[in-house]
Design a protein around this ligand. Structure first.
Ligand code: GLN
Length: 510
């Protein structure tokens, strides 16, 4: 029987996979332990829906595949999905009252691809309502607690995903990132997470927030674990109109991400004692100004020194529109959200008010009752910036600035550096309730992640130290690359993780 939590016994997906293929333990035993662990740590509030029968049925199928010698690297591995991915069987709520009882008739592409690879899903993970938030405090099901210190937020919006991985309840989880929601909770929970290039992972069946920004990404312990996960979920999908055909994966061949990872790893090996020789790391000065806490700055600085010791060089760069990414994002994302969320009208599915006068009253009451405060705030902002007379002043202007932000990144990658590194968040995880009276305080804390989302670039977060008053709250390092360089970013992160053990530290659970 596997010990609880999972990471006390298995430090990587491949070591767990080896145990499964050697039949030292069965996928069913493993799934049962994981279900027990999830129950034992239910107070973290990471899960919103667990259905042991569905989980064990997937585990049995994984065992059959292993027995038949048809297992892949993810067969039997316990995972879970952020509750914005629709799933057959498990409820899909987007952590909103408006979808409290919704069960999808189909699976999101990300979910079905992971299922095809043989993963065993433990169920659905808590998040900010419709993925709007930075602390997981905007969930209709209550906040998720940070496993490192349960008085603190896990980050958001994929807070349940990061907390479940950090607590060892699953080996990996899916998340979504519209403006930082994979990278930020990964950073605050001391785990690794990657947001890939926009368009490389299908959005089909991912409940829409800001469609020009939304992108799925995996969260796991290490960069090495992220490789097969991202490789599995990437690829062209005709069911998503913004999916890139460039990403078509050829059958019987390692996928695009795995292939690029292998290639870069081989290059590193050949470079001998300076594996990252030639790598130019752009360090944007705007990421180290006012607002960055000293403990975070120190951990990032120490990580940069490690990269230099591996042969990389550091280049001072400027991303001059960094500050403008906040108003730009908080015009565009709410504008798209107000349009996307108009489908929750009480007519077709979702919550419907019990009493109403006529159709208009039914819709307005259903929405007022179903949506939480932050979601209503975003819908109002979005409707306003799209309305006649304000469209040009706000929405169109934001689109122009978005283009300039893209240009800033392209200038850096074309002329100055190969990757960009910096903090993910200005501070370590806040105490639950800290920003209750100031809805825009959370928005400001997104400053280092939003520009990358507006530009559609790939970026990952890896643990690089601790901070906070008791020095027990994780700090994340952000590594940003040019379009389609996910495999390279993961190889660079893996090299760092070979030399450091931040990603192997685990919280002590009560
Ligand atoms: N914090 C940002 C927001 O609230 C980003 C959320 C996300 O990436 N889903 O919109």
């Amino acid at each position: 029987m596997a010990k609880l939590p999972l990471h006390t016994e298995f430090d990587s997906i491949s070591s767990l996979s080896a145990a499964l293929s050697s039949r030292a333990l069965s996928a069913r035993e493993l799934a049962q332990s994981a279900l027990d662990a999830a129950q034992a740590h239910a107070s973290l509030n990471a899960f919103v829906h667990i259905d042991p029968e569905l989980t064990l049925a997937q585990a049995d199928r994984a065992d059959q595949r292993i027995a038949a010698g048809q297992a892949g690297p993810l067969t039997g591995i316990p995972v879970a999905h952020k509750d914005v991915f629709v799933t057959q069987g498990w409820r899909t709520t987007a952590a909103s009252k408006i979808l409290a009882n919704y069960v999808s008739p189909f699976d999101a592409t990300v979910v079905s691809k992971l299922q095809l690879a043989g993963t065993v899903s433990l169920g659905k993970l808590n998040c900010d309502e419709f993925a709007m938030g930075s602390g997981n405090e905007n969930s209709a099901f209550g906040p998720v607690l940070n496993p490192w210190n349960t008085r603190h937020v896990p980050g958001g919006s994929s807070g349940g995903s990061a907390a479940a991985v950090a607590a060892g309840l699953v080996m990996a989880a899916t998340g979504t990132d519209t403006g930082g929601s994979v990278r930020q909770p990964a950073a605050l929970c001391g785990v690794s997470g990657i947001k890939p290039t926009y368009g490389t992972v299908s959005r089909y069946g991912m409940i829409a927030y800001g469609s020009s920004l939304d992108q799925a990404g995996p969260i796991a312990r290490s960069a090495l674990d992220l490789v097969p996960l991202l490789d599995t979920i990437s690829g062209f999908d005709p069911l998503d109109s913004t999916s890139l055909e460039y990403c078509q994966q050829t059958p019987n061949q390692a996928g695009r991400v795995q292939a690029m990872f292998n290639e870069h790893l081989a290059q590193q090996e050949n470079a001998g004692s300076n594996p990252l020789a030639g790598l130019r790391i752009g360090v944007p000065r705007e990421f180290f100004g006012e607002g960055l806490a000293t403990d975070v700055a120190q951990a990032i600085e120490a990580a940069l020194v490690v990269f230099e010791s591996l042969g990389a060089t550091r280049v001072d760069i400027s991303l001059p529109r960094t500050k403008l990414s906040i108003p730009t994002y908080y015009v565009i994302a709410p504008a798209e959200a107000s349009s996307n969320l108009s489908r929750y009208d009480g007519v077709r599915y979702g919550h419907r008010a019990a009493q109403y006068k006529d159709l208009a009253d039914m819709t307005s009451r259903s929405r007022a009752e179903g949506f939480g405060a932050e979601v209503r705030r975003r819908i109002m902002v979005g409707t306003y910036v799209l309305s006649h007379g304000y469209y040009d002043a706000y929405y169109l202007q934001a689109q122009r600035v978005r283009r300039m932000i893209v240009d800033d990144f392209q200038h850096a990658f074309n002329d100055q550096c190969d990757v960009i590194m910096g903090p993910v968040t200005p501070t370590v995880a806040k105490t639950i309730g800290d920003n209750r009276d100031d809805p825009t305080a959370d928005w400001l804390a997104d400053i280092y992640t939003l520009g990358i989302s507006l530009a559609g670039l790939p970026a990952l977060s890896i643990p690089c130290g601790f901070g906070g008053p008791e020095n027990n709250l994780p700090v994340g390092l952000q590594v940003v690359g040019n379009y389609f360089t996910e495999g390279q970013l993961l190889a660079i992160a893996h090299r760092y993780q070979n030399l450091t053990d931040w990603h192997q530290r685990t919280p002590e659970l009560a």
